[in-house]
Write a protein that binds this ligand. Structure first.
Ligand code: GLU
Length: 355
C-alpha cells in the first residue's frame, strides 16, 4: 500500500515535470536555456492572482526570444510577497504601495529592519480598503463594529494593517473591541454568507471574485463606508493613503445606492536588487510594449495609463526597468541617478535608480 503510494507520487511528479506544471529552477539554470521567473500574487479570488497571470501570459509569448518563463504563485499577500522576493524564493511580487513603503522604511512588520534590496518595477491598479457587512449585523458605520465578529485579514496579507489602521482611527482596539478573525480573504465570503462572521475587510482592486461571492449569496450584505474625521486624520498622516471609493456598479446585489467612501492604495510590481537586469528589462518591456493587450485582461485596469504606472512607488527602481523606460523615452536619468519625467514642461523627480 505504502509502496504503491510512493510510486504514484513519483509518477505524478515525473508527469508534472514533463508537462511543465512543476519546474526545477536549478536544472533550468544548468541547461542554460530557460530562466524561470515566479510572480507572487495573493488569494485566487483577488485581483493579484489574475494580474500575475496577465503578466505571465504576455511575457511568455516571447519565451523563445528571451529564454524566460514566468509562472504564478497564489500566496498569503503583500507582506509574504515582499519577504519571499527578498529571500530569493520569488523573483517578482505584487505588493500594496503602503506595504512597499513600510518595507523600505522599516515600519510595521519590518519595524527597524529597512528592506534596502527591494526594487520597484511599475505600479498597476488602484485598490480600496473595502469593508462589507451583513445587513442583519446592523453595521452601517465603522463604530457599529464594536463587539462584532470581523475578519481583519490573515498574517502576511496587505489588508491586515489597513484594517487595524481603520479600526484604530475610529477609536476601536482591534484586540479588545471586536471579535477578531484572521482568515484568508478567499475564505471570508463563505463565512459571511453562512453568518459565521458579521463583516470583513479586504484591500483589493474592483471587481474582485471575493466581493462578487460575498454579495451574490442569499444573505443580504452591504459595503460600509470607512470615513469620518478619524479616517481623514489617518489619510493626512500617512503618505501612502488617499481617499478612494468602492465602485458598487460591479456588485449589483449589494444593498448600497451609490459608491461607498473609503481610502486606498495601489498595487505595485516589485523585485529584488539580486534579480538580473535582463529578466526585469524583458518583463517591463513586454508589459509596456503590449500595454493595450495587458489592459484588456482585467476590468480593474480601466484607468491605467503608461504614465500612472510609474506613480505610487517608493523603493528605488530596478536598473532593468529603467533601461526600458529610458529606451522608450518615458524617463531621463541624471548624474545622481535620479529618475525624471517631464510634466507641464518641467522635469520632475519620481525616484532613483537602485544599484
Ligand atoms: N491587497 C491584498 C494583499 O496585499 C491582495 C489583493 C489581491 O489579491 O488582489 O494582500
Amino acid at each position: 500500500m505504502k509502496k504503491s503510494l510512493t510510486a504514484n507520487i513519483m509518477f505524478l511528479f515525473v508527469f508534472f515535470l514533463f508537462t511543465g506544471l512543476v519546474t526545477l529552477p536549478a536544472q533550468a539554470g544548468k541547461a542554460g536555456k530557460t530562466v524561470f521567473a515566479t510572480i507572487g500574487t495573493g488569494g485566487i479570488t483577488g485581483v493579484y492572482y489574475p494580474t500575475g497571470g496577465a503578466i505571465a501570459k504576455i511575457v511568455n509569448e516571447k519565451k523563445e526570444q528571451y529564454g524566460i518563463r514566468c509562472t504564478v504563485e497564489a500566496t498569503a499577500g503583500s507582506v509574504f510577497n515582499v519577504n519571499a522576493v527578498l529571500s530569493g524564493d520569488l523573483e517578482f511580487g505584487i505588493v500594496q504601495s503602503d506595504r512597499q513603503y513600510q518595507a523600505l522604511n522599516g515600519l510595521e512588520e519590518w519595524k527597524d529592519k529597512p528592506q534596502k534590496d527591494l526594487r520597484s518595477v511599475f505600479s498597476i491598479h488602484p485598490e480600496s480598503v473595502t469593508l462589507v457587512a451583513t445587513v442583519e449585523s446592523g453595521i452601517k458605520t465603522m463604530t457599529d463594529m464594536k463587539d462584532k465578529r470581523v475578519n481583519i485579514g490573515n498574517p502576511g496579507s496587505g489588508q491586515r494593517q489597513n484594517s487595524i489602521d481603520a479600526l484604530t482611527a475610529v477609536g476601536l482596539d482591534y484586540e479588545k473591541d471586536i471579535k477578531k478573525e484572521e482568515v484568508k480573504a478567499a475564505e471570508a465570503p463563505g463565512l459571511l454568507q453562512d453568518g459565521r462572521i458579521d463583516a470583513f475587510f479586504y484591500t483589493v482592486g474592483h471587481p474582485s471574485g471575493a466581493f462578487k461571492e460575498a454579495t451574490a449569496g442569499a444573505t443580504k450584505v452591504c459595503f460600509v463606508p470607512i470615513s469620518g474625521p478619524g479616517i481623514d486624520k489617518l489619510i493626512s498622516e500617512k503618505p501612502y493613503y488617499a481617499k478612494a471609493v468602492v465602485p458598487v456598479k460591479h456588485y449589483p446585489t449589494a444593498q448600497n445606492d451609490g459608491n461607498v467612501e473609503t481610502f486606498g492604495v495601489k498595487a505595485t510590481f516589485v523585485t529584488s536588487s539580486k534579480v538580473s537586469e535582463k529578466v526585469v528589462y524583458a518583463v517591463t518591456k513586454e508589459i509596456f510594449e503590449n500595454f493595450e493587450a495587458f489592459k484588456s485582461l482585467h476590468p480593474a485596469y480601466e484607468d491605467l495609463t503608461k504614465e500612472n504606472m510609474l506613480e505610487g512607488l517608493s523603493a528605488p527602481f530596478h536598473p532593468g526597468a529603467v533601461k526600458y523606460y529610458k529606451e522608450a523615452k518615458m524617463v531621463e536619468v541624471d548624474k545622481s541617478r535620479n529618475v525624471l519625467i517631464e510634466k507641464d514642461g518641467k522635469k520632475v523627480k519620481i525616484g532613483t535608480v537602485g544599484k
